[in-house]
Design a protein around this ligand. Sequence first.
Ligand SMILES: Cc1cc2nc3c(=O)[nH]c(=O)nc-3n(C[C@H](O)[C@H](O)[C@H](O)COP(=O)(O)O)c2cc1C
Length: 176
Amino acid sequence: MDKKRIAWCITGSGHYLKESIDLMLTLENVDLYLSKAGEEVLKWYDYDLSIFKKNKIKIFKDVTASASPVSLLYESVYKLVVISPATSNTIALMAQGVSNTLVTNMFAQAGKCEVVSLVFACDTEPVVITQAPKKLVTLYPREIDLKNFKELKKFKNVIVVDNVKSLKKHLKKLSQ
Ligand SMILES: Cc1cc2nc3c(=O)[nH]c(=O)nc-3n(C[C@H](O)[C@H](O)[C@H](O)COP(=O)(O)O)c2cc1C
């Protein structure tokens, strides 16, 4: 059996946050990586870090300038990096090759180590209905958001999905 682990990254997106967490909690061999905004947004949606700790999930927060946990990728600890949900900010940074947060560094270093990344992008349609903390809101992603999403799809060793069904399908295949 493959003992390698999955690095699951949560960014500051309320969109598909619940679906992402529900899916992550079904996995056994997963570590959690949080962007600074990801850590904050969890609180907006009433998530306490204790639910991850209860499931024995190790949590890495964005507290070092060098994104030091990426060294685990150099030690071949991970077989897959999942970024779900991914904000339009993180999608933009990744699509432009910028790595200045823990999550974008995990993505960049996964690419350099030839580890596959599975990215669940949120702003993928001209109109998106999203879950704000207290109600559903309709958003209109900008052309630049849709362009960055399309750009990221061209990356080698990167799978970008835009719905839960597709996320589940790829996760099943890649997590074996
Ligand atoms: C309650 C709340 C919900 C948010 N949901 C989203 C979202 O669904 N998609 C998005 O792109 N940004 C969302 N944001 C804004 C991001 O958190 C913000 O752009 C942040 O800088 C992203 O940083 P990160 O990409 O490093 O996580 C939300 C912010 C708040 C306060």
